[in-house]
Structures are given as C-alpha cells and as structure tokens.
Design a protein around this ligand. Sequence first.
Ligand SMILES: [Zn+2]
Length: 99
Amino acid sequence: MTAAVHKSKEFWTPQRRVAAGRANGRAPGRLPGGHVGDLADLKKALILCAGCLPKFNHIEAGYTRKPNLPVVSGRCDGCTQIKPRAHLLVHHSVANLVR
Ligand SMILES: [Zn+2]
C-alpha cells in the first residue's frame, strides 16, 4: 500500500499492477489453516489438493466447487505444494462470475 503512494503514475504499468496484486503465498511459520482462513475471509479463490480439501469446511465458509472445473493445476494454498490435480474453490457470491 505504501509503495503505491510513493511511486509515480507512469511506474504502475498493467504488468506491475498485476504483479503487485499477486499473492506471495503462505508466510513462513504461518499455519496452513490460518492462511486458508484468511483467504476465505477475503473471499479469494482457493486451490486445495486432495489431502487438504477435507480439512477445510468449504460449505460452512460459503465456498463452492465449480462443476465445469473439476481439477486445476497449481500450488495448494494449504500445503504449498504444486499439484497437477487440485480442486478450485470459489466463494458463493462470485461463483457465477468465474468461468
Ligand atoms: Zn494441500
């Protein structure tokens, strides 16, 4: 936030805006459940592997799985391992916006 204030308007190209908004992942020492809970509070999309998915009560958190995207590839937000077959969870309020 403070970096955006100190940089000029020309500095913030679209590529730099995307890079600034990109999540850095779970901080060292942060517990996976707390990290996933923080993302869920912000209603961000979650990628969870088959091992981490049962540990997160997505129905209670208001999350749903997209039936047209049964599996995705990416870094699991729980265990931070890159999984070729993970599950995408999106918040119910934006579920119809994600295609
Ligand atoms: Zn995982």
